[in-house]
Design a protein. Structure first.
Lengths: 223, 242
């Protein structure tokens, strides 16, 4: 092996890297927050909502869960303009991630809702709360608590999956690594650094989600 | 005038007719114990009264208002009739105080400070003022059930339905709950309770309803029902219990 490792030149490219990291973080934040919100709404529709709405949501969920993320992204960015819906690469990337996490999140959160003891719904009803109020104030938080580890993992998966957005020229961390590699011809170093940064971001995100869990769910999960 | 009128109520689960024409009138301030074997329909009857089950025939009215199965009527009814469950059903993610405050704020739109005051008052009434900030999993079963009672009382109902509220409790915790109920009874609260506590039924209740196979088999004041059961079924039931 006579490849001479050299990381020194990386410093010339730090603005590209920083920009890439920021965009990956932005995609993850927006995708995570809006995606989980969409997932909650869809989970409500499937578990407790009117049947016609549940059927529509089921179609959406199966469509997303059974097609590649990259194709979803391409469809939004390259396909939709044919219908007159045009957006920039960042908007398309954000939208694709929200739609993707919304579908996976829906199924995870639905499991949490369906594990709710019937007595919780009855207690809410007997106190005069409407079905929506009971869902929002009584059912939702314990349901999220039950599936928080699974949902956290899914959010991390979506964050790592965001690497695909470099394919529509959204300038995320993977885009930055590709760019640096193509300029410097230092493939090993470029992707090695990108790997380390993704690793750090993923571990950081997991810790953040764990801490968030402790704050939102102060008590251990009910049996 | 009766506070709760139950007239010819029938309820079926598929082919299984659980209530076969129930008639009971409850006067304000009455304390009624509903006893009977499991499967006799006593819990179902109670659940019908606040609309957790829909009835197939007959009518139920509370304070003159007919029970209708749409959300608006149900809400109006449930503001008048509170319910306490065998399994407590406290909200696990909220403190005792928050459990009592939630429905006041969400349903009655009571301002937070006022709801908090009411919660403190109600928790004090059940002897748990000091547990305002405790979560349900930090409370014993008896304490949880008393919080559930406070939660129902905070909505200021005119009647309370108690569905086997001591059946899930360890024996030593039964009395703390029953004494709260006893106090409510002495303050004039109208109570309908499905119970297996025969001694409590005898001491506190104004009337006892014995249900058998979906019908009111015997009804009367406790001294009559317990001392002189008229039917072999009640005799057998009381014999089994004692």
């Amino acid at each position: 092996m006579n490849y001479a490792f050299d990381f020194g030149w990386l410093f010339d490219y730090w603005p590209v890297l920083v920009k890439g990291i920021l965009i990956t973080v932005e995609l993850t934040l927006v995708g995570g927050i809006l995606g989980v919100s969409l997932g909650i709404a869809c989970a409500w529709a499937r578990a407790l909502g009117p049947r016609w709405l549940g059927a529509i949501v089921a179609t959406y969920v199966e469509l997303i869960r059974n097609t590649p993320f990259l194709i979803q992204l391409f469809f939004i960015f390259f396909g939709l303009p044919a219908l007159g819906v045009r957006m920039g690469e960042l908007e398309a990337a954000n939208l694709a991630m929200v739609i993707n996490l919304g579908a996976y999140g829906c199924e995870i959160i639905r499991a949490g809702i369906q594990a709710t003891p019937r007595g919780q719904f009855e207690a809410g009803a007997s106190l005069g709360m409407s079905r929506i109020q009971t869902f929002w104030y009584v059912v939702l938080v314990p349901a999220l608590q039950r599936i928080w580890p699974a949902l956290s993992s899914q959010i991390v998966i979506v964050m790592l999956g965001s690497a695909a957005v470099s394919q529509i020229a959204a300038e995320d961390l993977t885009f930055a690594a590709n760019f640096i590699q193509s300029r410097s011809f230092r493939a090993f170093e470029s992707y090695f650094v990108a790997t380390l940064i993704y690793l750090a971001l993923a571990i950081g995100l997991r810790q953040l989600l764990r801490g968030l869990g402790w704050t939102i769910f102060p008590r251990r999960a009910a049996r | 005038m009766s506070l709760i009128e139950i007239t010819e109520v029938k309820k079926r689960f598929g082919d299984n007719e659980v209530l076969k024409g129930i008639n009971i009138d409850v006067a304000p301030g009455e304390v009624i114990a509903i006893i009977g074997k499991s499967g006799s329909g006593k819990s179902t009857l109670l659940r019908c009264i606040n609309g957790l089950e829909t009835i197939d025939e007959g009518s139920i009215s509370v304070a003159g208002a007919q029970l209708l199965p749409d959300e608006l009527h149900l809400k109006a009814l449930r503001l008048k009739v509170g319910m306490i469950f065998q399994g407590f059903n406290l909200f696990p993610h909220l403190t005792a105080g928050r459990n009592v405050m939630l429905s006041q704020m969400v349903v009655k739109k009571t301002p937070k400070a006022e709801a908090e005051g009411m919660a403190k008052k109600m928790l004090e009434r059940v002897g748990l003022a000091h547990k305002f900030d405790a979560y349900p999993d930090q409370l014993s079963g008896g304490q949880q059930q008393r919080v559930a009672i406070a939660r129902a009382l905070a909505m200021q109902p005119i009647a309370l339905l108690c569905d086997e509220i001591t059946s899930a409790l360890d024996p030593e915790l039964v009395n703390e709950v029953l004494s709260v109920v006893k106090e409510l009874a002495s303050e004039g609260m109208t109570l309908l309770m499905v119970t297996h506590e025969m001694r409590f039924a005898r001491d506190v209740c104004s009337r006892v309803v014995f249900m058998h196979q979906g019908r009111v088999h015997e009804i009367g004041p406790p001294e009559k029902v317990f001392a002189n059961p008229a039917t072999p079924e009640l005799k057998q039931f009381l014999g089994v219990i004692h």
